[in-house]
Design a protein around this ligand. Sequence first.
Ligand code: HAM
Length: 420
Amino acid sequence: MSTFKAPKGTYDLLPPDSAAYLAVREAIAAPLRNSGYGYIETPGFENVELFARGVGESTDIVTKEMYAFETKGGDRLALRPEGTASVLRAALEANLHKAGNLPVKLWYSGSYYRYERPQKGRYRHFSQVGAEAIGAEDPAIDAELIILADQSYRSLGLKDFRILLNSLGDSECRPVYRAALQDFLRGLDLDEDTRRRIDINPLRVLDDKRPQVQEQLTGVPLLRDYLCDACKAYHEQVRELITAAGVRYEDDPKLVRGLDYYTRTTFEFVHDGLGSQSAVGGGGRYDGLSEMIGGPALPSVGWALGVDRTVLALEAEGVRLDLPSTTSVFAVPLGDEARRVLFAKITELRRKGIAADFAFGGRGLKGAMKSANRSGARYTLVAGERDLADGVAQLKDMESGEQRPVALDTVVAELTRLLG
Ligand code: HAM
């Protein structure tokens, strides 16, 4: 062990477990790639103001959890706590929305940073795969994204997740609701901190997990009853489209999200095997965000799914991903001449696209065969001096244990055929 450890709230992804993370990222990305989303990558840090304005000055993410710092050059930056503000910033900067092809559909995958109190499922460095559809107001896009997330989880074999759906209204109806909510909350017996919230961010009080708060919230006004006609009609269409697609969801009139940019459709994917950190993904519409960061009006919608928590959800359900072994052929040379010959065969196999590995370090047969076993290879190729003199290598089928000599000049063709 070295003097150093991974920083608090972080962990390393190591083989073989890391393979599940790659598979989860791939499973989330595949339906997006297949649905017209193009890949985007943005820097790991941005001007701190982007998040302050975009995510919201009064959110926990901005006030408590942001890794903000000043560079030697005097720039105020922050490690990205989420992806939406960055992706929209990049799309606007590159004028993607002016190419006349709206919505601009983008997907991304990467690391995000929040200075949170670490616990199982909640880390200071975590990984998301996300999707954003920028510049169109169409319930079918909201539905598309929800359906694709459902498809991703299902393709991984997950079953115990639920989709919670709500509408947060728009700039017309939300202020009216906000005022009504504030009136109601002011009549309750709440602590100092929560009372302050009533002024700054009253919707967040709905999300308070403490029983003494939840008890008082019976009879709280719900946004559902304050939606304007346009928001109501929009929400109804989203619900119809996902129902028609056979995707099950639950209406959750108290669902609010930890980011301020949401309007209308909001949703969360929760997994029931994860305890308190049950949100495996979330998203919604953010029709006003572009203007908040200095862009034109560009109604948009998106989501991000947490890779770490999706892996935990797989563990909780006991789902074992069917991950093919990374190595198909493992070569074990006995002696210098065999090393030269087999190394050339391995190189040839790899160039043909066959996953192959080699016993490096000139170890004895026993140790090398252990490595061959551990590699998960289907076939092992062993050769010593006598084999070379006969012009063969021993081909061992690791499943049946059978071994037979194969002529050296046909061994690559033979393995290609066997692994077809
Ligand atoms: P979010 O709900 O803050 O939304 O994060 C999305 C997902 O990231 C969460 O559901 C969770 O799985 C994962 N996540 C968040 N924080 C942590 C953490 N500390 N440790 C482990 N996993 C975590 C967003 O980030 C929005 N940008 C989603 C979005 C995209 N909305 C519109 N477009």
